[in-house]
Design a protein around this ligand. Structure first.
Ligand SMILES: Nc1nc2c(ncn2[C@@H]2O[C@H](COP(=O)(O)OP(=O)(O)OP(=O)(O)O)[C@@H](O)[C@H]2O)c(=O)[nH]1
Ligand SMILES: [Mg+2]
Length: 203
């Protein structure tokens, strides 16, 4: 695929395409996909809206477990962001939680258009086993990982370095960000651009 000079951000042409409740419902297209993964309530949908910078295409909620399907947003004719359901939402029934994670992992394991994952964590929490599992899965597939330490507006100034340090074991160069206050969004956009450029080169 040819490199396009089109500027991605703000994603003025972004549109919601579809929700897939099962893998067979995912769009069949040629678009490169970057998925947004992370624990329930970490701020994945909020961060998608901040990245796109054009209103509120992704549905957010105070109640964890809001996003229950794979939600596909096309930015233009070559890139899509995929809002994933959160893992670790304890209030779901066991069967519900299992089927969510099955959908999630099946998608992450098999999607051929996927070029990388933006993993969103709450910067106040410690990294968890699911996050290391996700990082291992991506390494196995040779896919990139961008790590966003979200809700950094909730950190005291002296807690920021500690947050960066404790997440260094999970991924290189984690980014402190706040979907709420729009901090770190420019850096996240730059990292997404970089990922898309390197995918074009290897295509
Ligand atoms: N303080 C603060 N709150 C945030 C930030 N980002 C998101 N939130 C809040 O966190 C809550 C969850 O946000 P969502 O974007 O819906 O989280 P999600 O990860 O998509 O959640 P699920 O779809 O349930 O997995 C909402 O009340 C948001 O307003 C942030 O940077 N700072
Ligand atoms: Mg969500």
């Amino acid at each position: 695929m040819k490199q396009r000079a089109t500027k991605l951000w703000p994603a003025t042409r972004a549109r919601f395409v579809t929700s897939a409740h099962r893998l067979s419902e995912r769009p069949r297209w040629k678009l490169l996909e970057i998925a947004i993964a992370g624990r329930s309530n970490a701020g994945k949908s909020s961060l998608i809206n901040a990245l796109l910078g054009v209103g509120k295409l992704a549905v957010t909620s105070k109640t964890p477990g809001r996003t229950r399907a794979l939600n596909f947003f096309a930015l233009n004719e070559y890139l899509a962001l995929v809002d994933l359901p959160g893992y670790g939402y304890a209030a779901l029934s066991k069967e519900g939680a299992q089927s969510l994670s099955r959908l999630l992992y099946e998608y992450l394991r098999t999607e051929q258009n996927l070029i990388g994952v933006l993993l969103v964590v709450d910067a106040r929490r410690d990294p968890e086993s699911q996050e290391f599992e996700l990082a291992a899965l991506l390494r196995e597939r040779g896919l990139s990982l961008i790590l966003a330490l979200n809700k950094c507006d909730k950190l005291a100034h002296h807690e920021r370095a500690a947050a960066l340090k404790k997440y260094a074991a999970l991924a290189d160069d984690p980014i402190l960000c706040s979907a709420l206050q729009k901090e770190g969004i420019a850096e996240l956009r730059r990292r997404v651009d970089e990922l898309v450029r390197s995918a074009h080169k290897s295509a």
